[in-house]
Design a protein around this ligand. Structure first.
Ligand code: GLN
Ligand code: ZN
Length: 762
């Protein structure tokens, strides 16, 4: 019996890599020292994996920034403007990742996108007409040798040519088809080098195979691999898939002659069925992904053995390799640094390091015909039969008792819009912001002091109120129409709410890489969720008391809270979303009762967990995610205006579902995109009033008045002026006051200009 992992986290147990690279960026760490540090980091990880008894230890799963970017560097997919900077290899790589501004030039970063259905982001390779795809880096081979030097024979990991070409963007006239031969040649060259080094197994990741594939896609896939497999030499090729099943191409994948096939049995709903129905090739190894690489709960051995036993009927037992469902990159490093979580809680969790123990145990048990009698098995079973303190029958009952009318807000949108128009008497094209104002170092240090217990709650609240007062005064001075309190009390839009909910657990060091050196620390949903006490009411009420203009209450929506947490595995996502929705609903009703008439419920992460296959969009997700949002505001008064916000504009395909959230106003990112979404809204007769961002807050640039006027005017061509709001792209918390104030002033001035102009026509 053997076991394997697809990849290990790489940011460092205490985020060492983050701090080293950031120091390097600042010029505080030399290139040599950086390289030495990462070598040590890799070495320690390989040793850890060896000691944990992992048979297939990956190499090249390390990355300074992102694996797709590594592949772009390896395959020479480096756009000219980065090459022309004339930087060294690593700095060219970092220039692609984060842009470069210095004496050698000024180039923007490559685009970044979410990696399938995770919160990890990859750098999008840009292929130009003159791009010459060819082997261009030694990194892959060096890392293999590095591990060999300490006596560890690894399985090099690369992203496959098909996924790479599918996720790349083509800037010129050439498209995927024009690069297939080059890809086959370049991977062939990689194989030659790996053969020279005596590598036994190479893992080629092709996660794109779990998506909906067209016939043409499958043809391309076949072309790439029939070409490649001919030249594999002595190498064993493992084609690794994850994040779903490969129902569209299972026949092709199993007949091409791979030495190993990696399938996901956690998210791959049909993986088992495919094997049962279509069989599995005789002499091929099945890398069976049964340990969840995305969630932090212990594996249920009982459930795993149901899969393993079934698999053994169709695949030779000695050919089954116990594997993770995806790279462990998506879970935190280790439980051992969690000093505050009680052992009782911890006994239910497995982060990356603890998953290694599970892999070792499962391997051992799988080789034991009488595994049921073993203590390891029994201990695991008892964990899942233990009664947990996570149940709250009152919450359960509330969810069970929900009926259709709990999801319907009355009066309907048009009627509400009329009532709200009279009630608020806002000017045409109302101006507002998305919620947060710049979080100065003073704000951050006050919060840190409070968390460390260095200042009292009273002192902290007093400080926050001072900031709120300043923020309201500033907005009045700028002349915005709908104000916000500034969100100085929170650093995170999920943790802050989770802390005030029953049912959530928090970690100290359970970081997960989000992109580059950025990490997130998602809370864990442990039990049934309910609101412990009012959360934002005091601050919103105070802010509203300072002005006669409306101040927006500011909440995070249920789907976003769920998507940015580690969910439970014992109840459905749907049930969790409804529980959170009911908790947020209580907050809305409290805000309303305290005189807050506009309330924004952010759903920044709604799109993130949209299933990878279109056929599941509704049945597995939107059919409960959209109702969860509707539930939040269905009891609100007609005079309460509900806003929502989304951090992206790519929702053309789900425009109707977004409209069905039945918010009164939605704001979203648009200033960078080509406004195609505005077109889509128009085509779909979008009902909700909209505020497509007119100012890009992801950059320190101050947009000029005329530029904003132009933006507004082009929106007015497609959007009814009665329905258009003017606002920035997203919250301002990461921005400095220096650029924020003039930008907002310009936004208000531009709006006034357009209003005047419109006045002439009316
Ligand atoms: N209201 C939040 C803010 O302004 C929204 C943040 C987000 O969409 N990510 O910061
Ligand atoms: Zn946003």
């Amino acid at each position: 019996m053997k076991n394997s992992i697809i990849g290990y986290p790489r940011i460092g147990e205490l985020r060492e890599l983050k701090f080293w690279t950031e120091d390097y960026f600042k010029g505080n760490l030399s290139l040599e020292k950086l390289q030495q540090n990462v070598k040590d980091l890799r070495k320690n990880q390989w040793k850890l994996l060896e000691q944990a008894g992992i048979d297939f230890i990956p190499s090249n799963d390390f990355s300074f920034y992102d694996g797709m970017l590594d592949m772009a560097a390896l395959l020479n997919v480096i756009p000219d403007n980065y090459k022309f900077l004339g930087l060294n290899k690593l700095d060219t790589y970092f220039a692609m990742a984060r842009g470069y501004q210095g004496e050698k030039g000024d180039v923007k970063a490559l685009p970044m996108k979410k990696w399938f259905n995770t919160n990890y982001h990859y750098i999008v390779p840009i292929v130009e007409d003159n791009t010459e795809i060819k082997l261009n880096s030694e990194e892959l081979f060096n890392q293999y040798t590095e591990a060999l030097e300490i006596g560890i024979k690894t399985k090099p990991v690369i992203i496959g040519g098909f996924t790479f070409l599918k996720l790349a963007h083509y800037n010129g006239t050439k498209k995927i088809d024009d690069f297939i031969e080059d890809i086959v040649k370049a991977y062939g060259d990689i194989f030659i080098e790996l053969n020279k080094l005596g590598v036994e197994w190479v893992q080629i990741d092709e996660p794109i195979l779990v998506m909906d594939l067209s016939e043409n896609d499958i043809e391309i896939f076949k072309r790439i691999y029939t070409g490649l497999l001919k030249n594999k030499g002595k190498l064993n090729i493992l084609i690794q898939t994850y994040f779903g099943d490969i129902r569209d191409c299972y026949g092709e994948v199993t007949s091409l002659g791979f030495d190993g096939i990696g399938l996901d049995f956690v998210e791959g709903k049909k993986s088992l069925e495919l094997i049962k129905d279509m069989g599995f090739p005789e002499d091929t190894f099945l890398f069976a992904g049964i340990i969840n690489g995305k969630n932090i709960w212990k594996n249920s051995y009982e459930k795993s053995f149901i899969i393993l036993n079934e698999l053994s009927r169709h695949v030779k037992k000695e050919n089954i390799v116990i594997n993770t469902s995806c790279s462990l990159l998506h879970v935190p490093y280790t439980l051992k640094n969690e000093e505050k979580l009680s052992e009782d809680y911890k006994s239910h969790f497995a982060f990356a390091e603890e998953k290694l123990v599970e892999l070792a145990e499962l391997k051992e048990l799988f080789g034991d015909t009488n595994y049921i009698a073993s203590n390891k098995y029994k201990n695991n079973i008892s964990l899942f039969t233990k009664k947990l303190n996570s149940y709250n029958s009152e919450v359960k009952k509330k969810v069970e008792n929900l009926t259709e009318k709990d999801f319907i807000r009355l009066p309907k949108f048009d009627e509400r819009a009329k009532i709200q128009k009279d009630f608020f008497k806002l000017p045409l094209l109302p101006t507002t912001t998305i919620g947060s104002f710049p979080q100065t170092s003073e704000v951050k240090s006050t919060r840190a002091k409070f968390k460390r217990g260095e200042i009292t709650k009273e002192q902290y609240v007093k400080k926050l109120k001072e900031k709120i007062k300043e923020c309201i005064e500033l907005q009045e001075k700028i002349g915005l129409d709908v104000l916000v309190h500034g969100e100085f009390e929170r650093n995170d839009m999920v943790e802050y709410f989770g802390e005030n909910f029953n049912g959530f657990l928090f970690t100290q060091r359970a970081w997960v890489q989000s992109y580059g050196t950025r990490c997130v620390k998602p809370p864990i949903i442990w039990g049934d969720v309910s609101r412990a006490k009012p959360i934002t009411v005091e601050y919103s009420k105070y802010a509203q008391s300072l002005t006669s203009k409306p101040v927006k209450g500011m909440l995070t929506g249920p789907v976003t809270i769920l998507n940015w947490s580690f969910p439970r595995e014992d109840i459905s996502l749907n049930e969790m979303a409804f529980q959170i929705a009911l908790a947020i609903k209580e907050e809305i009703l409290d805000l309303e009762a305290n005189g807050i008439n506009i309330i924004q419920v952010d759903e920044a992460a709604l799109k993130e967990k949209l299933p990878l296959r279109k056929s599941s969009w509704h049945s597995e997700y939107l059919d409960w995610a959209i109702p969860a949002f509707r539930l939040v505001h269905s009891s609100s008064k007609a005079t309460t205006q509900i806003h929502t916000h989304m951090c992206y504009s790519e929702f053309e395909e789900i425009v109707k579902d977004i409209d069905f959230m039945d918010a009164d106003v939605i704001s979203f990112e648009a200033s960078r995109s080509n406004l195609s979404i505005v077109e889509a809204l128009n085509k779909n007769n979008f009902i909700t009033a909209v505020g497509p961002g007119v100012y890009d807050i992801h950059s320190p640039r101050v947009p000029g008045v005329e530029e904003i006027v132009k933006g507004i005017n082009s929106m007015l061509e497609k959007i009814n002026k009665e329905k258009l709001w003017i606002n920035p792209d997203c919250g301002l918390k990461t921005r400095g006051e220096k650029e924020t104030v003039p930008s907002l002033k310009n936004l208000v001035e531009a709006t006034k200009k357009v209003r005047n102009k419109l006045g002439e026509y009316v």
